[in-house]
Design a protein around this ligand. Structure first.
Ligand SMILES: Cc1cc2nc3c(=O)[nH]c(=O)nc-3n(C[C@H](O)[C@H](O)[C@H](O)COP(=O)(O)OP(=O)(O)OC[C@H]3O[C@@H](n4cnc5c(N)ncnc54)[C@H](O)[C@@H]3O)c2cc1C
Length: 456
């Protein structure tokens, strides 16, 4: 009896043979070993927030790890946290906060399971603390993991085996099922935030100078207004005040108000020209609110993290992402704004939400890191996913491919084998060789990954 499973946004579905909620590590071992009752591919379901077919297990077995949600140890001396794979990022961040600790990378998505964070692509603007630029990918701070392998054996891997860790940190379940993970953490410090708007040309001209400012930079992009708003975050010497109203306002507008408004406008206003003007008006208002109200001097870093509803409702958004070398980002950004306007003129489609971007440090901690070759900034379209979004993504993917971008397997929908091969030609062979050695019977391999990694 097949079971249909959807991702969080419910814009992807697949048909699995079975969905099993794991209640222990031994349970996972028994599922992996029992090839008759639990057909391949065996895949893990975190909170299924991924926007790509990386989650698919057509005809196979899906293991829901949400029951493995125990924080096993927080070691304030060693600055580590050890957790079962199904723990949610937000729950772990709040537990750390209570002990005077914090994650290095506080991605906005609280529903991220820590097992997925340790073996898949993530992004947040790299934080800069005491003049040290930190990584912007969650997995880079995973220093140890316990993994159920294809033959059902359990192996423990740590950062001492740096090559293996690098493979595991971008393995997406293809090299085994992560059941426990240990992350390195740091002492809690208050965080300041402010927002500053620039014309896109001024931003591009001043990009090097702004990046040299030693503050974390997330970008809010407005292709139809020629504007960029930078969210600057940095350490503050003040005492931490958790639950800042500024972040609650930001999170509410981002998670609910803006997508809800865009959906209502999209459904209620049949005239494209008027819709376009309303979106622009809303974006102008958003820019003003950001600059005027969204500033704080002593937030808790965990306040940035959002707990989304279990499945997407009426007011929800989706997105994509490609990363670009820092040196060519300015031109890529200008070209992207022009691409968005041209696409709108030619096809009548535009993103109904603002777009974003992140400045992220060079990072060789994982095999498929999108910043392996140097620091990057990203271009992330965001939309409610209304009619026209999938076609826009195809054109956007081609645009990014032409601009030497790098995609993420779990966050860049619609990527083609040619685009993946161009981005990861140097990294794929070693990964495939290891995958074949660890899983010759293809217990964890799926046609989607095979096509992207092997089709030239
Ligand atoms: C509204 C929204 C906001 C988002 N915001 C951000 C953001 O700010 N920053 C960011 O980086 N990302 C963001 N994302 C993307 C999201 O973080 C990633 O897609 C992430 O992989 C989702 O984790 P998950 O727990 O839902 O895993 P899933 O989507 O369920 O799984 C992802 C992949 O990892 C595999 N996998 C999961 N757990 C394990 C495990 N324990 N062992 C082996 N394999 C495993 C799965 O089989 C699958 O291939 C957002 C997504 C949405 C929908």
């Amino acid at each position: 009896m097949a079971v249909t499973i959807q991702n969080w946004k419910r814009d992807l579905s697949y048909s699995a043979h079975s969905l099993v909620r794991a209640d222990s590590v031994n349970h996972i071992v028994s599922i992996v070993k029992d090839t008759e009752r639990y057909p391949s591919p065996v895949r893990v379901k975190g909170s299924h927030h991924s926007t790509t077919r990386c989650i698919e297990a057509n005809g196979g077995t899906v293991i829901d790890v949400s029951g493995l949600d125990r924080i096993l140890e927080i070691d304030a001396d060693a600055l580590t946290i050890c957790m079962q794979a199904g723990v949610r990022h937000i729950d772990a961040a709040r537990a750390l906060e209570k002990k005077g600790l914090q994650f290095y990378v506080n991605v906005e998505i609280g529903n991220l399971t820590v097992g997925s964070g340790a073996c898949g692509g993530t992004k947040d603007a790299s934080f800069i603390s005491d003049r040290i630029t930190e990584y912007g990918q969650v997995a880079s701070y995973c220093i140890a993991m316990k993994v159920v392998q294809a033959d059902g054996s359990i192996v423990e891997i740590s950062e001492q085996d740096s090559e293996m860790m690098s493979m595991m940190r971008s393995s997406y379940g293809l090299l085994g099922i992560l059941v426990e993970v240990t992350y390195r953490v740091k002492p809690l410090r208050a965080m300041a935030v402010r927002h500053q708007a620039y014309s896109v040309h001024a931003f591009v001209e001043r990009l090097d100078e702004l990046l040299a400012g030693q503050q974390s930079m997330m970008l809010y992009l407005f292709p139809f207004l020629d504007r960029v708003v930078v969210e600057y975050r940095y350490d503050s010497s003040k005492p931490v005040r958790s639950g800042s109203w500024q972040w609650r306002l930001r999170n509410y507008v981002w998670k609910t108000l803006s997508p809800g408004f865009a959906r209502v406008v999209g459904q209620a206003i049949p005239w494209a020209g008027l819709r376009h003007r309303i979106y622009n008006g809303w974006n102008r208002l958003t820019m003003k609110v950001m600059q005027l109200l969204l500033r704080d001097c002593n937030s808790s870093p965990a306040d940035q993290i959002i707990r989304y509803p279990e499945t997407a409702g009426f007011a929800s958004y989706t997105f994509s992402i490609w990363a670009f070398p820092r040196a060519s980002y300015g031109q890529a950004l200008l070209d992207y704004f022009e691409f968005c306007r041209n696409y709108h003129r030619a096809n009548g489609y535009r993103c109904d939400l603002l777009n974003v971007g992140y400045s992220i440090a060079a990072d060789r901690q994982s095999q498929f890191s999108y910043s392996r070759r140097g620091p990057v900034l990203t271009l992330d379209p965001v939309a409610t996913g209304a009619n026209g979004w999938p076609e826009f993504l195809d054109a956007y993917n081609e645009f990014c491919h032409q601009h030497q971008g790098t995609p993420l397997f779990n966050q860049t929908p619609g990527i083609t084998p040619a685009q993946v091969q161009a981005a990861f030609a140097a990294e794929i062979p070693a990964f495939l060789e290891l995958r074949e050695r660890l899983d010759p019977e293809q217990r964890f391999y799926t046609p989607w990954f095979r096509q992207l990694l092997e089709q030239n």
